[in-house]
Design a protein around this ligand. Sequence first.
Ligand code: DQA
Length: 144
Amino acid sequence: MPADVFVLNGVNLRTLGQRRPEVYGTLTLNDIEILLKDAFPAMEFQFRQTDYEGEMVGFIREAAESGGLVINPGAWTHYSYALHDALEAVLVPKVEVHLSNVHVREGWRRHSVVSPAVDAVIAGMGAEGYRAAVAYLQSRRHGS
Ligand code: DQA
């Protein structure tokens, strides 16, 4: 049984670091990957990003045999029923993460169509939210 944790980043997250740093912070996606690997040296990470919704569905399905998944779907959060359905079909612990606090931003960002298909949601903690999400998956694996 693979112990991997999947960390999946959706549309436009490749530009992290340059894209609206006042909202999303100055760390790049690569910085976040390093931060997680340093914080959880015993864990194996599958750290991915895609701007293609179908490819993200494939990543989610791949995570079906894993120790759990963290997903920041980017703007897909707000309208992708395809990602909702893909997440719903995968029975591992799942955490939705947003760097920004989507609830204090534009009205359309306040609703997530994927949240009903995950176990937990984190928003507004920046990169720290990813670390908290992985800590949660770790605690689920140890049965707490
Ligand atoms: C985001 C919030 C989304 O509304 C936005 O479209 C993103 C990033 C976040 O991490 O805060 O691309 O998911």
